[in-house]
Write a protein of this length. Structure first.
Length: 345
């Protein structure tokens, strides 16, 4: 660890479509929904993160809810900057010197990010006083955060199901040798649930309710060994417009999610079919590592294992592996130089 590193604070960021996580001094200091609410007339920020999330669907026409990321990439640069600035200010309250010193920052990005998208992420970070900005692909960060030695001459397959994208990657010697970014993930699951309940139960529900249903009774398979109890949900009756309450079972949710999960399975099978035979042999022995918030869907590991006929491992804290891996890389830059996305001028 050189004198230069000693002078710089270190911040690792996982810019997720649904959640933004930031580590500072090795600990997760920010874990908030990627949401911001602003006053449309004055342009003033009203709330960011958790506070903004609580306002979803419950605000007047002058207040706008903005989701700065769409499908894993920045869709609103101004909102992204404002949101990150707020989060980093919260960090600076932990350490007042943070805002006066420059700091090293690492940001995890989807493996399908274009040059333009990468440059935009770096520009945003520069305006936040970051001196050195490093980018890392999410699947590599997730693998490192999950305890995999990505630098070995051995193939590992990561399936990272986030909010906006599912990142599928085969990694060997610190590089992604095959992979794809699929725009089907946790948010798609929420949309599937909303649509199913609308079509088959004549009830209109909001985003927060769909998320709640997914967490409480979401399932990827029809016969769970320990099924969750049915839940009561509320929404607006489409036939008479009145508030209404109905009961839902996990089997209905499994039915609503089937099509999207099949598309993720097809993408995994496609990636497996493109890799060299030596790497296939490695993956046959090591299996698939499943991570990201969407991987917590009940029975998903079992379903993917049946489809691929491979062992599927679900990490302990799937929501946090990307930011943890990014933090490890930032602390050991000498060792992990090769895994960083090369900056192109």
């Amino acid at each position: 660890m050189g004198f230069f590193d000693f002078l710089n604070e270190k911040i690792a960021i996982d810019l997720g479509t649904s959640n933004t996580l930031i580590t500072y001094k090795g600990k997760i200091a920010v874990d908030n929904p990627s949401i911001i609410t602003i006053n449309q007339i004055s342009g003033k920020i009203i709330a960011v993160g958790k506070e903004a999330g609580m306002m979803r669907g419950k605000i007047n026409k002058n207040i706008k809810t903005i989701y700065p990321f769409s499908n894993g990439v920045i869709s609103n640069f101004d909102a992204t900057e404002k949101m990150l600035k707020t989060f980093i200010k919260r960090l600076s309250s932990l350490n007042s010197s943070l805002f006066f010193s420059s700091y090293n920052m690492i940001i995890a990005i989807p493996c399908g990010s274009t040059e333009v998208e990468m440059r935009a992420v770096q520009e945003s970070a520069k305006r936040l006083n970051a001196k050195n900005i490093f980018l890392i692909h999410e699947p590599i960060a997730a693998a490192i955060g999950g305890g995999i030695n990505v630098l070995e001459p051995k193939g590992n397959m990561i399936v990272d199901i986030g909010g906006g994208t599912t990142e599928i990657a085969v990694i060997s010697l610190g590089r992604i040798i095959s992979g794809q970014s699929v725009k089907i993930a946790g948010n798609t699951f929420n949309e599937d649930i909303t649509q199913y309940i609308r079509e088959f139960r004549n009830l209109h529900i909001g985003e927060s309710m769909a998320e709640k249903i997914k967490i409480k009774i979401g399932s990827a398979i029809h016969n769970l060994t320990s099924p969750p109890d049915n839940i009561q949900i509320e929404g607006r009756d489409l036939l008479n417009g009145k508030p209404q309450q109905i009961q839902l079972s996990y089997k209905e949710i499994e039915k609503s999610l089937d099509k999207s999960i099949t598309q993720i399975e097809n993408a995994i099978m496609e990636t497996l079919s493109e890799i060299p035979p030596e790497i296939s042999a490695d993956i046959y022995n090591t299996g698939i590592y499943l991570t990201g918030g969407g991987s917590m869907l009940r029975g998903l590991d079992e379903r993917l294992s049946r489809t691929t006929e491979l062992p599927v491992h679900l990490g302990e804290q799937p929501l946090k592996t990307v930011v943890k891996g990014s933090d490890i890389v930032l602390k050991n830059l000498d060792r992990y130089t090769d895994v960083l996305v090369q900056k192109r001028r």
